[in-house]
Design a protein around this ligand. Structure first.
Ligand SMILES: Cc1cc2nc3c(=O)[nH]c(=O)nc-3n(C[C@H](O)[C@H](O)[C@H](O)COP(=O)(O)O)c2cc1C
Length: 195
């Protein structure tokens, strides 16, 4: 298990070669999201899994949303960055279903204030689990956040329910460059154990 965690890194240099057919990657992502824990077992996380041209279409939406707001002199860098995400084999869009959160708030008023936070935490667990599952089969990925800038366009492009709130985007693909070693803050700042 620790070996899989070690393999999960932020990979920006993505290519189109996958070790498994898209159908199997799709099934792996679905199973991973299914198995991720959620508060009250609410299963509020949603995933839209885009391969090939559908993923490129997504990154074009991001690019066109950024074009009017990024200074023209900076846009070539933005353009290059977005192209590097589009160069991958696919992208997972992670959402949280706000209808599920509202329903929980009505059913359990005592915890009402906690549910939005629980939903975000549940989503983060699903994202981490998918990232690790992909890494475990040799697929590189990173975690991006172009929401909320692109939310309306994305909902329109894939005809998604209005209650699905976009939380993160995970471009994935073959690892096309080695990664620098991961650095860590000193343990003393992070951990306190008592026995
Ligand atoms: C909640 C969260 C948000 C993140 N947002 C971004 C992001 O918007 N863009 C990005 O390139 N990386 C993002 N990252 C990735 C982190 O920068 C990365 O995980 C961290 O630097 C450690 O590197 P590693 O993933 O190689 O272990 C995010 C990670 C987390 C957990």
């Amino acid at each position: 298990m620790i070996e899989a965690f070690k393999k999960r890194r932020t990979q920006y240099a993505l290519g189109k070669n996958l070790p498994l057919p898209p159908k199997e990657i799709d099934a792996l992502i679905r199973e991973t999201v299914r198995l991720a824990p959620s508060s009250f077992n609410s299963q509020s996380s949603r995933a839209v899994i885009l391969f090939g041209a559908e993923s490129v279409k997504f990154w074009n939406i991001v690019k066109e949303a950024l074009r009017p707001i990024v200074p023209a002199a900076d846009f070539p860098n933005t353009d290059k960055k977005i192209d590097s995400f589009a160069a991958g084999a696919g992208t997972v869009l992670f959402f949280e279903d706000e209808a599920v959160v509202r329903d929980l708030q009505e059913k359990f008023p005592l915890y009402a204030a906690n549910f939005p936070g629980f939903s975000m935490q549940s989503g983060g667990m699903a994202q981490f689990a998918v990232w690790t599952a992909l890494a475990n089969i040799g697929v590189g990925a990173s975690l991006q956040h172009y929401n909320p800038l692109i939310d309306a366009e994305v909902a329109k492009a894939w005809n998604l329910p209005t209650s699905w709130k976009l939380m993160a985007q995970m471009p994935f693909g073959s690892n096309e460059a080695p990664l620098a070693a991961k650095t860590f803050v000193p343990d003393e700042t992070r951990f306190r154990s008592f026995a």
